[in-house]
Design a protein around this ligand. Structure first.
Ligand code: HEM
Length: 736
């Protein structure tokens, strides 16, 4: 293969195609309108209308008459509305997205010539869509499911779509199985139940019968499947792609996103409740963070294997049910992405965005991964039925670089191309193919040999080693959560054949796991299992991914108050929470004004106790004040807030009289509280009985071993959840 010089290529392209704007937002500006009160209502064909309320009728002032079909305005409104819906995505139907930017801080030119991965001075606009897989468009955000993490890079060389998930492996090795795995997971065909759930017979029947899914279902039962936020998930390209460098050498590659805020999850009871209490929880969370200027960021990493090393591993590196363990192939972090702008309108942006794994730019290529190759066919094909053959012309999908070719016509064609020819070769030499040097995409000259046969290479047949590796690498808490997930899921399978077999399958991973689950779900308790190799791998447990630096930024912190609250603690905590870029949410016994103990101040709460729930916040603070605490103590919902936050392992802070309230509500001897001017931290319950001037200062440093009340409270919140509480079994002793 000839050498390719990216800089030359870029210069030639500029000369041939003209200057190019890298700014997707200004590109979208061509199609964006503002609505103002200066404008007047018109039909779609531009004629001003005098009413938006009355259909033209045969009518007089005493009698209603029939509507007249002749009214073009009314007909336009109704017919236009009748056709508003388009098919939802066949998978990943529910999602949300945001704009942002991507930049490499370390050039990967040793392995690729793609400027998006080598040019450190370049900022590439992106749009990211996060999603669940199984649920329909109107389903809930917090269900147990894989999350999609799809990134559209608007590069100067064309669109690169990196269509990944928050889990690095997949259920199947060969794309031909995709309809089966999705049918088995979606609602069952006879009654369309259950919605957005894997907890049913068909899902688990398939998992048992299809052993290559074993590794993936372990991930799907882990905390990865119930993220706290899209902002706190890793992303993985999953499939094996290739990178080609300027010398024409090829490397295999896997792509990874790692969040700056750390990888964090909900707890299952919270996820279950949120699905009903706030089905848009993740959607709102991303929106709120961006609106508040707390922009989520991810490091971009690559794992790279030289072509010559393809067969050096005991697994096939083209098998999407396998990870490349980091001790064998370390991740090299080379870039960073920030999401910093919410869409203007959901439908033409987040809904109409269309990702295709087949969209890659020069310097990036495919591998023979049999899942990826099927995906490369499927995405383009599905966009044709969802959006139409001209889907790439839609504003959100069109590249920021020039597009020119002989594709023509089709439903909803927008582009008007002047000239007399629509074919190549033509006598004018219009729109010739680009040469290599001009940036034309050149397939890597890969030698292909083989028989034409429906088979996979030998290493694809091993299905359990990495499922064991994953289980062995989990922390004690994560193992508990996986056990509980199986207990829940298999309890929802009514067919004893399904749960009985699944328990046997678990013995292929770990006998103790299988026995514990079997006892709970009612399957026969296995006596022996497949020997566990005992190996562990770094970077599989999400405890390996704390936030880059301890922070409470963007965390929601509820402050519970009633009339008679202590104004000093209240305002001290409120100011410090705000200064730390977290979100204070005042939850009152009512939403009308609540007055402080000395009558000096009053505050209008954001919500009242019934309207909002502890599930929607990360932590709880209750200031003292005799009257407030007395009222809260008699309010069952307030007590439930405290107990539920405790059960969900959240940090709880209390000062003054509220210390006793918290102590009584939790009611466990193991959880102790402050009885003086000393701050006390017991299992993440942070209390201070006596408030002195300066006890709650606004400037808080978040660091381990903090002594002050807010320091200790914030440090606990920055750790996400109090796992010691769970390890001591305390969370299960409180009713919530
Ligand atoms: C490595 C495994 C896979 C991953 C990581 C993955 C990821 C994703 C993601 C993130 C989306 C949502 C895109 C969006 O937000 O618009 C999606 C949609 C979709 N995926 Fe996959 N997928 C995988 C496997 C497959 C396979 C094997 C097929 C078919 C052979 C497939 C077909 C589809 C289809 C048809 C859609 C809907 C696209 C649309 O309507 O816009 N996926 N996938």
């Amino acid at each position: 293969m000839a050498n390719i010089l990216p800089q030359t290529m870029e210069k030639v392209q500029h000369a041939v195609l003209g200057p190019r704007g890298g700014d997707k937002v200004s590109d979208l500006g061509k199609n964006t309108k503002e609505m103002t009160n200066k404008m007047r209502l018109t039909t779609d064909y531009g004629v001003k209308q005098t009413t938006a309320d009355d259909w033209l009728k045969a009518v007089d002032k005493d009698q209603a008459g029939p509507l007249l079909l002749e009214d073009p305005f009314a007909r336009e409104r109704i017919m236009r509305f009748d056709h508003e819906r388009i098919p939802e995505r066949v998978v990943h139907a529910r999602g949300t997205g945001a704009f942002g930017k991507f930049r490499v801080f370390e050039s990967a030119e040793d392995v690729t010539f793609a400027p998006v991965l080598t040019d450190t001075s370049r900022e590439t606009p992106v749009f990211v869509r996060f999603s669940t897989v199984l649920g329909s468009r109107g389903s809930a955000d917090t269900v147990r499911d894989v999350r999609g993490f799809a990134t559209k890079f608007y590069t100067q060389e064309g669109i690169w779509d990196l269509v990944g998930n928050d889990i690095p492996v997949f259920f199947i090795q060969d794309a031909i199985k995709f309809p089966d795995v999705i049918h088995a997971g979606k609602p069952e065909p006879h009654n369309e139940v259950p919605q957005a759930q894997s907890a049913h017979n068909n899902f688990w029947d398939f998992q048992y019968n299809h052993t290559e899914a074993t590794h993936m279902f372990m991930w799907a039962m882990s905390d990865r499947a119930i993220p706290r936020s899209y902002r706190m998930m890793q992303g993985f390209g999953v499939n094996t792609f290739t990178l080609i460098n300027a010398k024409g050498e090829r490397h295999f590659v896997k792509f990874t996103w790692t969040p700056e805020l750390g990888v964090h999850s909900l707890v299952w009871d919270e996820a279950l409740k949120l699905a009903g209490q706030d089905p848009d929880f993740h959607r709102k969370d991303l929106w709120e963070a961006i609106e508040n200027g707390v922009y989520p960021k991810w490091k971009f990493g690559i794992q790279v294997i030289p072509e010559a090393d393809e067969h050096k591993f005991d697994f096939d590196i083209l098998d999407a049910t396998k990870i490349w363990p980091e001790d064998l192939v370390p991740t090299r972090y080379i870039g960073e992405m920030e999401l910093n702008r919410n869409p203007d309108e959901f439908f033409p942006q987040t809904e109409q965005i269309a990702f295709c794994t087949s969209h890659v730019v020069p310097g990036i290529g495919f591998s023979d991964d049999p899942l990826l190759q099927g995906r490369n066919f499927s995405y383009f094909d599905t966009q044709i039925s969802r959006l139409g053959v001209n889907f790439q012309e839609l504003p959100i999908n069109r590249p920021v670089c020039p597009v020119m070719n002989f594709n023509r016509d089709g439903a909803m064609r927008h582009t008007i191309t002047r000239g007399t020819v629509n074919y190549w070769p033509n006598r004018f030499e219009i729109c010739p193919p680009a040469s290599h040097e001009e940036g034309g995409y050149v397939e890597y000259a890969q030698k292909v040999v083989g028989m034409k046969a429906r088979m996979r290479s030998e290493k694809f047949k091993e299905h359990f080693n990495q499922a064991q590796l994953f289980w062995n690498s989990m922390s004690a808490v994560e193992k508990n959560h996986i056990i509980n997930a199986f207990m829940f899921e298999l309890d929802h399978c009514e067919d004893p054949v399904v749960y009985g077999r699944m328990v046997k399958r678990l013995a292929d991973i770990d006998l103790g796991l299988a026995q514990t689950v079997a006892e709970m779900v009612g399957g026969e308790i296995p006596k022996e299992g497949r020997p566990n190799h005992g190996r562990k791998a770094p970077a599989l447990s999400q405890t390996e991914f704390p936030a880059v630096k301890p922070t409470i930024a963007s965390r929601r912190i509820a402050i519970l108050i009633g009339d008679g609250y202590d104004p000093i603690s209240f305002s001290g905590a409120y100011a410090a929470i705000t200064a730390a870029l977290a979100i204070p949410l005042v939850i009152g016994t009512k939403r009308s004004k609540v007055t402080s103990s000395d009558g000096s101040t009053s505050v209008q709460p954001h919500h009242h106790l019934e309207g909002f729930r502890s599930t929607m916040v990360d932590a709880l603070f209750i200031p003292g004040g005799e009257g407030s605490v007395r009222t809260l103590g008699k309010n069952g919902r307030a007590l439930h807030w405290i107990r539920e936050a405790f059960g969900h392992l959240k940090t709880i802070g209390a000062t003054g009289e509220a210390v006793n309230l918290v102590n009584t509500a939790i009611g466990l001897p193991e959880v102790t509280v402050s009885d003086s001017g000393e701050v006390h931290d017991s299992y993440g319950v942070v209390t201070l009985r006596e408030i002195k001037p300066g006890s709650l200062s606004e400037a808080v440093t978040i660091a381990k071993g903090a002594k002050g009340f807010l320091e200790s409270f914030f440090w606990n919140i920055s750790q996400h959840r109090n796992w010691d509480r769970e390890l001591a079994g305390l969370h299960t002793q409180v009713a919530y």
